[in-house]
Design a protein around this ligand. Sequence first.
Ligand SMILES: [Zn+2]
Length: 386
Amino acid sequence: MRRCSQTCRRYAPPVRTHLRLGRLLGVPIGINWGVLLVCGLLFWSLAFVSLPAVAPSHPSSAYWFAAVVGVLAFLGSLVGHELGHSAIAQRNGVEVVEITLWLFGGVAKLEGDADDPGAEFRIAAAGPLMSGVIAVAAGAAAWWVDRSSGNQVLEGLLVWLCAINVVLAVSNLLPAFPLDGGRMLRAAIWRRRGRKAPATRVASLIGQVLAVVMVVAGVVLCFKVSWWTGIWTVALGAFLLLAARVEWSASAAQPELLGEPVGSIARRLPSPLGASSTVADLERVLLADPRTPLVPVLDERGDVSQIVPREALARIPPAQRAVVPIRSLTQPLLGLPRVASSDTVTEVIDRLGRGSHWWALLVDDSSLHSVLCSEDVEAVVELATA
Ligand SMILES: [Zn+2]
């Protein structure tokens, strides 16, 4: 049925939010006009088909009121599903931009991917789990109504809410990337292979195959079940196919990246700290520039001959940082390898190797301006050899 095709996707293609409804758990909630079409169809099917069938001989106003409540509960279920993703994402350090309800369900827009497959799996699983919890709660409430008041309309509505959340949970668990189940599959492959890009490629390939199956099944449903169900399934399959293809292309190998000059991936260093600076000054610089892995420090002659790595800050307790001189944390610049910004990624790997943590100073025209980090080089190699 139509409700079967409600899906949730994260990091999805841009869905424009047209109306902000407010915030829940600090996350902005918005709707796209497409969700109003779904609400209208659900209202019609509840008020004129489902509820009169399971609870006959009630006034129309009772069905209409229950249908409005049902549609609101459906929207609440979508938000609950997305809040499940959002809460676990936030716990794993991934920012949530907003939650949008639209034609094909809900989208929790996240700042980026999780850093490790375990977090990715938990974030993906949290949405269907939340839908499962709502389904159990609605089912238990329906059972309680049946045992107590016996209000057939209310019971029918709760059974419908239970069913729609079961459908939400199960349909999102399909291993069709970028659905939740596909993300869980990618996380499992990622953990097994140790790399994300090949896992994305496999999962998005499976996602494309399943999307094609969905399109074919939708065509069959058009003739065997109903036009509405068939067209909806075809539309959803086509959408998933496009989304999976985008992910598949984005995860393709890009060997040309190995020939790129490293200057384009180097991180700019902040201005050097003076020789008389304290650890509190260092802390301010690190807070202002969260991506810099180290800070240059001038010596008494005014030359940049020392650096302080970011992790050194943790050695000094916060209460002492204003009085401890920065020179207690410095290490000589001479010990660091140096590369030119025109060196290619391949040349740098040949010289400095892979698998160990290092920084290399980018020295052009004798001036120290940037640093190359081994993890940035590793990220390029991962993209290049996906
Ligand atoms: Zn989801």
